[in-house]
Design a protein. Structure first.
Length: 400
């Protein structure tokens, strides 16, 4: 699918709190690079972070602003800063990707008379009226993007007034980067070493690639692994790799202590975040996502599928759109220890060739429905639609 052109001379500004590793940040970077390649002036307003270098290499520019702030005074100051940026750079469209800077972006866009697009990248909790009002700012632009059908349903349930401005743009994976054929064996071996796996380890490898936090299910998976009886497995007991950064200090230590108490200290690895995720997925025999709360997309599951990995995931949230039960992997009730135990036994006892067929089907599904190319094309189409119906301020001369 070819990406549509952006209007000639377009200036796009994306707004996100920071540029550290994460799903929202990766999408921001992907769209920024694609817009630059399409000939637009591509700007990102953010407090910055570890992904700045990749942003600049992709032809975009960073406007460093303290957009990770949440207190009212700094929100007001950020609105003024964004208004000045919009006016100085003659921005045509602003795309905000998080609630924290959304109010500032909305105020700035209204003052500068430019259109605002907002993407729901998360399933925001709304346990009170103030929280719901805080979330609602994401629906005040002229277009609202949901990154999955599940997110769309959530937005409609919480903010039905946004229905006429709501568009689904499924989040996309760079299937050229996440391509098994593009990863040499030397990188896979390096990934195994980074996981803490010795070269002579022949046991099957189960990988969870996610932040170390309670709802991602790492502790639950350690407990489930302890339920695996060796006599129910055809081969060796598996090694569990929990790859990801800590959400709070000491989480890795707590998980390691749990593994020791359950007699699994030798079978659980906590390598921290891995740099080469395509190789890490290839180094695993099975990827699992035992989350206990719904995800708006589930990037790790989609990346694993693109790499041809068979996946077991919790049957909730948008993951049900990226995993096809019995075709590309398995969906299991969240938190159901017996069901997860049986799913692991089934997957681990399958012949390697059968798991490979599931993985091939997974890559086909992700490439067809959740590719970066499709996401960029849908985003650019929406940008054009918004700009074509927006009364441009004097002096702008966007052309097709």
């Amino acid at each position: 699918m070819a990406s549509p052109d952006l209007p000639k001379g377009m200036v796009l500004l994306q707004v996100t709190p920071r540029l550290e590793a994460g799903g929202v940040e990766q999408v921001t970077l992907d769209i920024a690079r694609a817009a630059a390649r399409a000939g637009a002036t591509s700007l990102v307003a953010s407090a910055g972070g570890g992904m700045e270098r990749d942003l600049l290499r992709g032809g975009a520019r960073l406007a460093r602003l303290p957009l990770n702030a949440k207190d009212p005074i700094r929100l007001a100051l950020n609105a003024l800063r964004l208004w000045r940026l919009i006016r100085r750079e003659r921005v045509d469209l602003v795309h905000v990707r998080s609630r924290a800077p959304a109010l500032s972006a909305l105020l700035a866009c209204r003052a500068a008379r430019v259109p605002l697009v907002a993407t729901y990248h998360g399933i925001y909790a709304a346990g009170s009226t103030p929280k719901r009002l805080y979330n609602r700012v994401m629906t005040k632009g002229c277009a609202v993007i949901a990154n999955s059908q599940f997110t769309r349903d959530h937005v409609l349930a919480e903010h039905p007034a946004a229905a006429t401005r709501l568009h689904v743009v499924p989040e996309g994976i760079d299937v050229a980067r996440f391509d098994p054929a593009a990863v040499p064996m030397s990188r896979v071996l390096d990934a195994r070493r980074a996981m803490g796996l010795a070269e002579d380890v022949s046991a099957p490898v189960i990988l969870i690639a996610a932040r170390l936090t309670g709802w991602k299910g790492q502790a639950f998976m350690i407990e489930t692994l302890a339920r695996l009886s060796p006599d129910r497995l055809i081969g060796e007991p598996p090694v569990l790799v929990l790859a990801g950064s800590e959400e709070r200090a000491g989480e890795a230590r707590r998980l390691a202590d749990l593994a020791e108490r359950l007699g699994l200290g030798a079978w659980v690895r906590l390598p921290g975040p891995l740099e080469d995720m395509p190789a890490a997925y290839l180094a695993a025999d099975l990827v699992v996502a035992p989350s206990t709360a719904p995800e708006s997309f589930g990037r790790g599951v989609a990346e694993a599928g693109a790499m041809g990995a068979a996946v077991i995931a919790s049957d909730l949230g948008a993951v049900t759109e990226t995993v096809r039960p019995g075709v590309t992997g398995w969906l299991v009730p969240p938190g159901d220890a017996e069901a997860w135990t049986q799913a692991l036994i089934t997957a681990l006892n399958l012949p390697r060739e059968t798991r490979a067929r599931l993985g091939q089907a997974a890559r086909t599904h992700i490439a067809a429905n959740h590719s970066l190319e499709r996401m960029v094309a849908a985003s650019f189409t929406l940008y054009r639609q918004v700009l074509e119906t927006w009364p441009h301020p004097p002096g702008r001369n966007l052309t097709a």
